[in-house]
Design a protein around this ligand. Structure first.
Ligand code: UDP
Length: 322
């Protein structure tokens, strides 16, 4: 049985589905503060916060073999405003989970980390051995959690894989689950809102960066490719007695303008694009060097930007009844 915290959320629910397709049993632990109960369509469900002492009931009830820990707050801007909220939910609550794992002898942990642990990268593409210098509380909360995991693993009888996500995007191709944040802050769903006329326009946060078209470059990775990496990370922990850290991106960068152009092409809709101020804490480029995960876990991403946008568009039309 694999315990999935945050399994009612975006990446957690897609991974839950992928695990079931691969034949694994799961129990989702989610307090539904951000997630959606109707995203839990596979496996068991237990409504708990990961920081709750009652969480031990889940460990008593199920024979848990591994934990995939998605539950976290994810908004960089909010983390700057409310750092304690981020350190509590993302770091302190993980310690509660680790304590229970130790007590119940659960020795495999897969952690949702982030490219935000690097801060402003020293070189592009980013390799895992670059210095970790997070520039916002969100990245910092994930960074110290990685450190806690590393120290835990050094004690023995416990291994972890930390997956440093780049820009998760796209949705389930069956349209059963998808991306739904409240409020939405991510680029692709916001562009699609502009495409359906729910927003008047899409704002580009700065076009004076040191990039070919002046807009920020990011590495967008399909959520199903992320889910697949989690399964491979679990299988790695089952076969190797070691911990590891991997970047999880396609290794290809797209500028904000390129993403907007792709959305216009896929949707066939035209909409207004306005240039706005830079957003605080946005590095000009974030592109993964993903050779380590490709070589070590045999992971290969299946979906490019056009597939990402196509699947996101399908979902967007569905939730907006178009
Ligand atoms: N972005 C933008 N307009 C928006 C939302 C995002 O120009 O309305 C830019 C943002 O500055 C970044 C990229 O799009 O360069 C991806 O942002 P997102 O919030 O989707 O993900 P993040 O990179 O923050 O994880």
């Amino acid at each position: 049985m694999i315990l999935i915290t945050g399994g009612a959320g975006y990446i957690g629910s897609h991974t839950n589905k992928a695990l079931h397709k691969a034949g694994y049993d799961t129990v989702v632990v989610d307090d539904l503060s951000k997630g959606y109960e109707n995203f839990i369509k596979w496996g068991n469900f237990e409504n708990y916060n990961t920081g709750s002492s009652d969480l031990r009931e889940v460990f008593e009830k199920y024979d848990i073999d591994a934990v995939m820990h998605f539950a976290a707050f994810i908004s960089v801007g909010e983390s700057v405003e409310f750092p304690q909220k981020y350190f509590k939910n993302n770091y302190k609550n993980t310690l509660n989970l680790l304590k229970l794992m130790r007590e119940f002898g659960v020795d495999k942990f897969i952690f949702s980390s982030t490219a935000a642990v690097y801060g402003n990268p020293q070189k592009i593409p980013i390799t895992e051995d670059q210095d970790l210098k997070p520039i916002n509380p969100y990245g910092h909360s994930k960074f110290i959690t990685e450190k806690a995991l590393q120290r835990e693993a050094e004690k023995g009888d416990f291994n972890y894989v930390s997956l440093r996500y780049f820009n998760a995007a796209g949705c389930d191709f069956d349209g059963e689950i998808g991306e739904l944040h409240d409020p939405e802050t991510h680029l692709i769903p916001l562009i699609l809102d502009a495409a359906i006329g729910k927003r008047e326009s899409i704002s580009i946060f700065g076009d004076d960066y040191d990039t070919p078209d002046g807009t920020c470059i990011r590495d967008y990775i399909h959520v199903n490719d992320l889910a697949d990496a989690h399964i491979k990370a679990y299988e790695y922990l089952c076969s190797e007695n070691e911990s590891n850290v991997f970047n999880l991106g396609n290794g290809e960068g797209y500028s904000v303008r390129e993403v907007i152009d792709m959305c216009k092409k896929v949707t066939g809709c035209d909409f207004e694009v306005v240039v706005d101020e830079r957003r605080d804490g946005d590095p000009a480029r974030l592109i993964a060097d993903s050779s380590k995960i490709r070589e070590k876990l045999g992971w290969t991403p299946q979906y490019d930007l056009s597939k990402i946008v196509e699947s996101a568009w399908m979902w967007h039309k569905k939730i907006n009844s178009i």
